[in-house]
Write a protein that binds this ligand. Structure first.
Ligand code: TRP
Length: 324
């Protein structure tokens, strides 16, 4: 029996932050040993909202691929590739668009809100989750590692697979969501870590940049100086300690009694965080010197993705009586 197939996707946002790493990438790195993994950098999805800002797309893709490799995705095991290099995604998306009622897409939660928020009313934006369904099904993926927010998209994927199978015969398995239950990481301002909030700490940051960000980080606003009692449960610095500091429970008492000041506490976090990330960052620096290698990884990934998807798309054409 071959390994089960997993397909995962991420929009090319550029350099990843610790929330991306802890919430998704780290999980992928461990999954690659047990599954046949396809890691898709979804540039077409990025274009559904970011169609004006195309100048930096390639650099963003490369920066993300560097983070993948530095974090330990192994191109011998995992297939890392750019979506737009594998045209089968587009063909399947087109065919799915024929059998998918618009109402299915309009009722995907977040569609209307996001469309309004971003002022988007394009055909492509409405089709975002259907393109995602094509990404997944064109690999006949068994499972998709995603966060909670993506569950409606996986549900739609399953519905489209069922509808296709009903119309044209059994072609697609119904993929399962592999839920990554990782709580959102706090950013430096206490909100969820996010590139768009400008409160993120990146894999690519130097140790000094990391230290500077943590020194400016919000803490319990009622704890103004050492001696004041703190509330670690609402403190974003403690939120990061929970991930990066072994024995972080020992911080609770001295913080609550005021014996431990924020300056000293942050110093400890800076050391632990930098130590954890050191090997990844080291590798990152090496990869930065060799973009050609990274591009070769992506090209090789695309050709392996094409190998996987070609027979699937042929089967689809046969099922729909499009094969000549
Ligand atoms: N919508 C996903 C996100 O925003 C990205 C994505 C596109 C994806 N295609 C995918 C995720 C296929 C998993 C599988 O995170």
């Amino acid at each position: 029996m071959g390994k089960k197939v997993i397909l995962s996707g991420m929009q090319p946002t550029g350099q990843l932050h610790l929330g991306n790493y802890e919430g998704a990438l780290k999980n992928w790195v461990s999954l690659q040993n047990d599954y046949e993994m396809y890691c898709c950098i979804v540039d077409w999805h990025a274009l559904t909202s970011d169609f004006e800002d195309i100048g930096r797309m390639k650099e963003r893709i490369i920066q993300m691929a560097i983070d993948y490799l530095a974090a330990g995705l192994d191109p011998e095991k995992s297939v890392i590739f750019v979506q737009s290099e594998v045209k089968a995604h587009a063909e399947l998306h087109l065919l799915f668009s024929m059998i998918t009622p618009i109402s299915w897409l309009e009722r995907v939660p977040s569609y209307k809100d996001k469309a309004k928020e971003l002022g988007l009313d394009s055909y492509g934006f409405l089709g975002y989750p259907l393109l995602q369904a094509a990404d997944i099904l064109v690999y006949k993926a068994d499972a998709v590692p995603v966060g909670q927010d993506q569950l409606p998209h996986i549900e739609l994927t399953r519905e489209v697979a069922r509808r296709f199978n009903h119309l044209y015969g059994e072609v697609f398995p119904e993929p399962e969501a592999l839920l990554t239950k990782f709580p959102a990481l706090p950013g430096t301002d206490g909100r969820k870590m996010s590139k768009s909030y400008d409160n993120d700490i990146r894999i690519a940051d130097s140790e000094d940049e990391t230290a500077a960000k943590i020194k400016k980080m919000f803490t319990d606003p009622q704890k103004l100086r050492k001696g004041d009692p703190g509330r670690p449960e609402i403190c974003p610095v403690y939120g990061l300690h929970q991930i990066y500091t072994e024995g972080h429970e020992d911080i609770l008492e001295p913080c609550r009694t005021g014996k431990l000041g924020c300056v000293e506490d942050k110093k400890r976090l800076i050391e632990n965080l930098n130590e954890t990330l050191r090997p990844i960052r080291q590798k990152r620096i090496e990869l930065e010197k060799d973009h050609d290698f990274v591009i070769d990884v992506l090209k090789d990934g695309a050709s392996r993705a094409i190998q996987r998807t070609t027979p699937v798309i042929e089967e689809v054409r046969k099922a729909m009586n499009l094969a000549w």
